[in-house]
Design a protein around this ligand. Sequence first.
Ligand SMILES: [Cu+2]
Length: 119
Amino acid sequence: MKSERIARVLIVLLVVGLPSVAVIARSSPGAIELHGSIADNGGWNPANLSVGVGQPIHLRLTSDDVMHGFAIGQSDRAPIDVSPGKMTETTLIFDKPGKYTFYCTRWCGIKHWRMRGAI
Ligand SMILES: [Cu+2]
């Protein structure tokens, strides 16, 4: 199992090259479910995530109400649609330490701009 994980990480690193944030769609056991809801109902849950540098963090994104979008600051990757009733998986790897803000990219209500979280 450990060698499989190492092989996965190596493949991911080979595929993504140098970007500071790598995002790869992949089915992942042990993923964190990240729920989006309008800011009045809590925004992202959980809103704070942590992961080690170079360690993959697997997310399963879904919405509890309306269509949201998921994007990370300091990344040029296209936003991911976060739809009610659907799970969208993604894997992130950060190759530099820091605080990365993630946010909603779809107008989802009057407090849309408050729908933020941090990794
Ligand atoms: Cu929004």
